[in-house]
Ligand binder design. Sequence first.
Ligand code: URA
Length: 240
Amino acid sequence: MRPLKTLERVLSKAGLGSRTEARGWIAGGRVRVNGRTVRTPDFWVDFSRDRVTLDGKPVKPGKKLYLLLYKPAGYLTTYQDPQGRPTIYRLIEDLGAWVAPAGRLDLDTSGLLILTSDTQFAERLTNPLHKVPKTYLVKTSTLLGEEQLEQLRRGVTLKDGPTRPAVVNRLRDSQKYSYLEITITEGRNRQVRRMIEAVDSKVLKLVRTAIGPVRIGELRIGRYRHLAASEVEALVAAQT
Ligand code: URA
C-alpha cells in the first residue's frame, strides 16, 4: 500500500504546525506539490514520490513534535479514563503523529505539560537523574513561617525518601494563606503536595509555571502551542 495522506496531514505530521495552520498555509498558496501550488487541504499526496514544499522549502516526513499545553485542573494526564473523565487529549487536535506527555500533573494541578513524539526527549525530561527544574506556584492552606520554608529548601523526608534541596520563594501572604514559588528537580508522584504536608500544611492550589527555561508566558489555559526549536534546544541544555 502506498503511503497516501492528505496535504494538510502531511504538513502537520511533519511537525511544522497544527492542521488549522496547515490549512491556512495551503489556502494562502504557500504550499507546492511537485512544483505546482495546491490550494486544496485534502489533496492526496504520496510522500514516497511527491515533493512537498512550504515557502519553497522541502517538507520532510516524521519531524518530531513538541507541544506545550497549559493543562486546566480537572483533566487527567492519561489517554483514556474508564470513568469517562476528561483527559488532556480532549485539548489537542489530531496532529497526525502520536504525542505523549513528558511526565504528569495531578487531576487537580494546572499548568505546563510538554507533549512530544520524541520518546528519548521525554525520558530525559522526566528522569530525575537529569535534574530538569520544574517551578510551581503554590497556595497553602495555612500561613507558613520562615522555618517551614527553610525546611522545604533544605529537603523534607517523605515516605519514598528525602527530597533534594529546593528553591522556595515567598511571593506573598494573605491573612490566611501563603503563596510560594517552589522549584524542584525531581518530580515524584504528588511531590509538592507531599512536601507541603510534611511541613504541616496543605496545598489549596498548584500551578506548574515553568519547565526548565520554558515558562507559561502568554499561553491561555486549556490551549497549547508548538515549542520553538530554540526552546527544545534550551530544554535539552537544561538536562545535566
Ligand atoms: N507535585 C504535585 O504534588 N502534583 C503535581 O501535579 C505536580 C507536582
